[in-house]
Design a protein around this ligand. Structure first.
Ligand code: 2P0
Length: 325
């Protein structure tokens, strides 16, 4: 059969997904909103081939760990069931994302896999169908099907829990500076972390209600190109997500002392008049939502307190692309 390649970009949530109402289908407890990023992406080629005796999966030319293999094979099984085939696949993936450093590589990975494997299996799916499919691989992947600002509606079932673009072409100045505190894989992965918070935080229900209440204000900020309001809401939501982890029993922390130094610096810069806001995911890296004109000032300030720190600039990026090899 024919090989197809897909490219999907990572996304950073401005309103976070942090808990599942349905573990198997990956239906979240909250509606989330993200920005797809231009600089970080995954490219995946899939070919179903009658000559294969099992699925062959590589990432950056290396075989995957057994646990990660299993996730991909489960996903390919969904495709095979939908396409009514039982052929094994060759999957070759290349990650242009620092893997597992809190830059949501699973989002771009499963969005690219969904696009390439569906096309290779001969399925003719709409972007919304691909979003539902990608969601079953990794929740945040549902958003990486689309470019720009994207909303993943929590929904109540497989059909209604789906992402859609809020603003695909972002023609106003906004960027994310990712400060790489660590490029090591995180100790507690997102899946375990969100489950832990959901089961063990006494304030989890409050998180759900407060987060869902921020959807409309966030949409308005995006529509009005209002960087200050968008950033303020995103920072509040990120801190509330991390608060769930900190008050869980037992508590757990993604943020390190260096992360906190950066968050404090962001507050300080804001007091000095810059529109800068922090957001953090399931890892210690801090992403600074900011105006492109302020990059140098922010980088200088960061290097004053942390001379060795690496900073990556990311701008709004496109949705999924699929092509035949
Ligand atoms: C997000 N994160 O909204 C949140 C914020 C990390 C922190 O989505 O279990 O890898 O595969 O559905 O999508 C990371 O979680 O988790 C994530 P699964 P996923 O971006």
């Amino acid at each position: 059969m024919v090989a197809f390649t897909a490219r999907a970009h990572t996304n950073i949530a401005l309103l976070k997904y942090w808990g599942k109402a349905d573990q198997k289908l990956i239906i979240p407890t909250t509606t989330s909103i993200s920005l797809t990023l231009n600089e970080f992406y995954t490219e995946t080629t899939v070919e179903f081939n009658d000559d294969l005796a099992n699925d062959q999966i590589t990432l950056d030319h290396q075989p995957l760990k057994a646990k990660d293999q299993k996730k991909i094979i489960n996903f390919l099984d969904l495709i095979r069931a939908q396409a009514n085939i039982n052929t094994y696949a060759k999957v070759e993936s290349f990650n242009h994302v620092p893997t597992a450093a809190g830059l949501a590589s699973s989002a771009s990975a499963f969005a690219a896999l969904a696009g390439a494997s569906a096309a290779a299996a001969g399925l003719d799916l709409t972007p919304a169908d691909l979003s539902r499919l990608a969601r079953q691989g990794s929740g945040s992947a549902s958003r990486s099907i689309f470019g720009g600002f994207v909303q993943w509606d929590r929904g109540t079932d497989h059909q209604t829990s789906v992402a859609h673009p809020l603003q695909e072409q972002v023609d106003w100045p906004i960027q994310l500076l990712t400060v790489i505190v660590s490029d090591q894989p995180k100790k507690i992965n997102s899946r375990g972390g969100m489950q832990n918070a959901m089961q063990n935080s006494p304030f989890y229900q409050s998180w759900v209600e407060r987060s869902n209440a921020l959807v409309k204000p966030m949409q308005t900020a995006i529509n009005q190109h209002d960087l200050a309001t968008l950033g303020k809401i995103a920072e509040q939501n990120a801190l509330e997500m991390h608060a769930q982890n900190m008050v869980a029993n037992p508590p757990f922390f993604y943020l390190t002392d260096i992360s906190w130094k950066i968050i404090n610096l962001v507050q300080e810069l804001r007091e000095n008049g810059l529109k800068v806001y922090a957001t953090m995911d399931a890892g210690p890296n801090v992403k600074i939502i900011s105006h492109p004109d302020d990059t140098e000032k922010i980088e200088d300030a960061l290097h004053t307190i942390l001379p060795e720190i690496t900073i990556q600039v990311a701008t709004p990026g496109p949705g999924l692309k699929i092509w035949q090899n």
